[in-house]
Design a protein around this ligand. Sequence first.
Ligand code: F6P
Length: 355
Amino acid sequence: METLTDPTALEQMPRRIGILTSGGDCPGLNAVIRGAVLKGTEVYGQEFVGFLDGWRGMIEGDCITLDRARVRGLAKEGGTILGTSRIGPYRTEAGQPENILRTLAEQGVDAVIAIGGDGTMRAASLLRNDGIPIVGVPKTIDNDLDGTDYSFGFDTAVSIATEAIDRLRTTGNAHKRCMVLEVMGRHAGWIALHAGTAGGAHAILIPEQTESLDQVCEWVISVRDRGRSPMVVVAEGFTLPDMDGAFSDKGLDGFGRARLGGIGEMLAPLIEEHTGIESRATVLGHIQRGGVPTAFDRVLATRLGLEVVELVARRQWGRMVALRGTDIISVPFDELAETKQVPVGRYHELRAIFG
Ligand code: F6P
């Protein structure tokens, strides 16, 4: 969007903006914060505060000042300088809309930028309907948020997972073992699909497509029979046909969802038992979310940060900035469907060469 020049719109533009990061962290969050603060302060003369620990900071008015000095060098920093949490805004007494509006008024904050995933965007949509001037920035390493072609953090996670595959393949080859790598991906197997493709995995197992143990073992045996060491990539949300839901033995997270992880460790012994090929599992876990963002993610996150300030300047509440092709556009919260999953066709184009 062009920088705003209309005098009336500039007059009515929010002056003091609160930013928060909510949900699981993601490489690139700090780059968004930096992009937004630099654009808002330098171009529009706005002030920024950062709410700490997601919605908690907003409902309790717990914030820090964000100025040019505070965001210096942040594009390459992993994590989030604001902290994050999986606490919903409506969970507590202070989280009722009238209290939130009062707290924002006390802070002199006249607009909120929420950076988060599907849960955060759903909460932001409810808050918008309750009269809170709010806009969103999509974030998830899983790349499963509808409305945006890619979310920042995904490219970093795929790069880390690809490197893990490359490393596992050399040790797997040395021992003639079947190596199973479990990556994140609760409802969508984008990380598994992209990293598995880049790393030349012999089977990729994703939440969207069930595969039988017999089929997985058939692929593994065919790899072994031509003298190679099988490499299986499995997303944490994958299920075998006889499972009721994704593997979980770690209780619930702050949003009340099952904490996933462990399908790889369940699968490796089953593969070993059924094929006689020694197998090992590696759970990549939060390594995928930590550390510096890739250049792609820094660029995307910075552009989203710059553009979300334009939504605020135009008072276009209830919208989320998004990547469409190579353009940054915006979409209404209301138009975000459930989850952006891997289409069957995308899976099957690769499945044809498994084994
Ligand atoms: O939602 C993103 C994600 O990385 C999922 O893939 C994963 O299930 C979840 O976060 C893990 O989150 P936590 O940090 O709560 O363990």
